[in-house]
Unconditional design. Structure first.
Length: 277
């Protein structure tokens, strides 16, 4: 089945799930929507330009459930589409979408490429081995990677996955989530470690990327009128300084005041002592 098959809009998919979530007749419609989501990631268009195609964990999970309930609907084609759904879930890291979806994916599918590499990628992200993640992730950009013995033709769905991995949207989404995690963990970090974790070549690339990724701040805790600031505050020499936030900075305890001093307590105790005599 071609990945260019017409698909329902996001609103239509939500209505379909509300009416017929466990009807096997909707499998092809859900498959087409999974492809549409991955195509949107592979596209150079920004999300606001493709409002009819939004990430839907509920739709993707429902499809995997239907494969589980009706195994005859899956086959070789369904295994690759399951990998597409897993890829979309991986992009939501550090959300737990991938883990939740994998609970529904049979071991035989998880151990088969390209799903097996996606599982390894997820494990590396969960353990914060960011620099080790990128070489594994790039393997998915090779359409022939993980081809089964005797398989000579690469499916359209496998090509679609490679196109999405090789595009900038997927990498930048994961990179954006990574740098926000680093900023919430460290006030500063060695430049070489940050570049390796984000798979960036040099300091100029980091500065350009860091100014585009915004970190949400609590103005009451940080003392900043702005709710968003660039995640990278500055790069000086071999050190990257991230924006100060409640997670990477010492708590401001100035709001806590002493309720009573020593003289007040001693005076009070003296009065009680006199009253008891």
């Amino acid at each position: 089945m071609s990945s260019s098959q017409p698909h329902l809009s996001y609103g239509e998919i939500q209505a379909l799930l509300a009416e017929s979530a466990y009807d096997p007749a909707i499998v092809q419609k859900l498959e087409a929507y999974v492809r549409a989501q991955v195509s949107a990631v592979a596209s150079t268009l920004v999300a606001s330009e493709t409002p009819d195609v939004q990430y839907s964990f509920d739709a993707n999970r429902t499809l995997v459930k239907l494969y589980h309930f009706f195994p005859h609907l899956e086959g070789e084609l369904g295994m690759t589409i399951t990998a597409l759904a897993a890829f979309l879930a991986l992009l939501q890291f550090p959300e737990t979408d991938f883990m939740a979806l994998c609970c529904l994916i049979p071991e035989r599918v998880q151990s088969t490429e390209p799903c097996a590499t996606l599982v390894r990628c997820a494990e590396l992200l969960e353990s914060c081995q960011f620099s080790e993640f990128w070489p594994e992730f790039r393997k998915l950009g090779i359409p022939e990677y993980g081809a089964r013995e005797g398989e000579t033709v690469v499916s359209d769905d496998r090509k679609l996955l490679s196109n999405a991995v090789n595009g900038t949207s997927a990498s930048n989404k994961i990179r954006s989530n990574m740098i926000q995690m680093l900023a919430k963990t460290y006030r500063s970090a060695p430049l070489s470690h940050v570049l390796a974790a984000l798979d960036l070549k040099d300091v100029d690339s980091l500065k350009a990327f860091g100014t585009k990724v915004m970190l949400m701040l609590d103005s009451a805790e940080v003392g900043n009128e702005e709710n968003e600031v660039p995640v990278v505050e500055k790069v000086e020499g071999d050190v990257v300084t991230f924006a100060a936030n409640p997670d990477n900075s010492k708590r401001n305890r100035s709001g806590f005041k002493e309720g009573a001093n020593y003289c007040d307590i001693s005076s009070m105790m003296a009065k009680f002592a006199l009253h008891g005599q």
